[in-house]
Ligand binder design. Structure first.
Ligand code: 13P
Ligand code: SF4
Length: 322
């Protein structure tokens, strides 16, 4: 049984009037900590971080850091990956309820049963998964290297790809490889619909459509560019175009606006009636919780060593193959 994190201890809110920004920077020095943040974090957290990136970039940073404490502003599987790479360091996550629909809907017992149906398959697992799932996998991948990693597997070797069926289908299309897919999906990206996209496109006919590969196939086929959050940011930064319809979580717009203040960024509204697409898990982290977790040095990510060791093999292979 894995320990996902320490129990949520009783949280004492910060004193009223405290300059949280200054306190976080003070604690960072005191703890010799590094703050890593995903692009889907709220703007203020991104601005406080030492490094903002996608899942691969954050894993690479976590594997290279000399800090004693890693404060991870992202979701649970990301902080867990940092711990897999750094067993001797303390890894803090401001809110341990910051999960992920892909990770939560791929439970270890069911996945183990699923794999029994596919002996001899290479198991390629998206990083959006729990440590126990990584421990059952051969190679871990992220949205930025999934295609590159699958291409390196010998063509006659059968593959199981989990847990995102949309990313899996996208990789199958790009590589021409058949893969067995676990039927998982992201609750945020699955909400983008073709109908909504075509409606917005008719209003902005010149705009480039850029999408994360967790989106459904019917919207991905309209995209001018498909890539991880870092790849989408790079595309906007380097493109001569001025208008972009963005199909991913809106947190990325903060970095895109900084890189291209002249560009018009049009987030696609999801089909669930909301105005914009935010990841409910990512948004559980707040500046206040970031301060409290650094002040109290909890909640901390803990993983049982045998699971961590097995999960590490797949993460290490990913970093080597990237
Ligand atoms: P990235 O690989 O682009 O960081 O995406 C992670 C994620 O959770 C997307 O929903
Ligand atoms: Fe998970 Fe989707 Fe949130 Fe990414 S956006 S962390 S895949 S629920």
């Amino acid at each position: 049984m894995i320990q996902h994190a320490t129990e949520k201890s009783q949280v004492h809110s910060p004193r009223a009037g405290l300059d949280l920004h200054a306190e976080i920077l003070r604690l960072k020095k005191e703890l010799h900590a590094v703050i890593l943040a995903h692009y889907y974090q709220e703007d203020e957290i991104q601005d406080l971080a030492d490094f903002v990136g996608d899942s691969l970039g954050l894993s690479q940073q976590a594997s290279q850091t000399s800090a004693d404490v890693i404060v991870f502003c992202g979701v649970h599987f990301m902080a867990e990956t940092a711990k897999i790479l750094n067993p001797a360091k303390q890894v803090l996550l401001p809110d341990t309820d910051a999960g992920c629909s892909l990770a939560d809907r791929c439970p270890p017992e069911a996945f183990q049963k699923f794999l029994l149906q596919y002996p001899g398959h290479t198991v390629v697992t998206y990083i959006n998964s729990r440590a126990e799932i990584k421990a059952m996998s051969d190679i871990i991948c992220t949205s930025s290297n999934a295609e590159h990693i699958v291409r390196q597997i010998p063509p006659d070797q059968p593959i199981v790809f989990a847990p995102d069926r949309h990313l899996g289908r996208w990789v199958m299309k790009q590589t021409g490889r058949e893969m067995v897919l676990w039927p998982g999906f992201c609750v945020v990206h699955e909400q983008f619909s073709e109908r909504q996209l075509l409606k917005i496109k008719s209003q902005y006919p010149q705009a480039k459509i850029i999408a994360h590969p967790e989106c459904v196939d019917t919207v991905l086929r309209w995209a001018d560019f498909v890539g991880s959050t870092t790849a989408l940011l790079k595309y906007v930064t380097q493109s001569p175009q001025r208008q972009f319809i963005v199909l991913t979580e809106i947190g990325i717009l903060h970095s895109m606006r900084k890189a291209r203040p002249d560009a018009e960024l049009i987030p696609l509204p999801p089909s669930n009636g909301c105005n914009c697409s935010t990841c409910p898990y990512m948004r559980l982290n707040t500046v206040e919780k970031l301060y409290v977790c650094m002040r109290d040095r909890t909640p901390e990510i803990l993983i049982e060593e045998p699971i961590r060791l097995r999960a590490f093999q797949g993460v290490r292979r990913m970093l080597e193959m990237s």
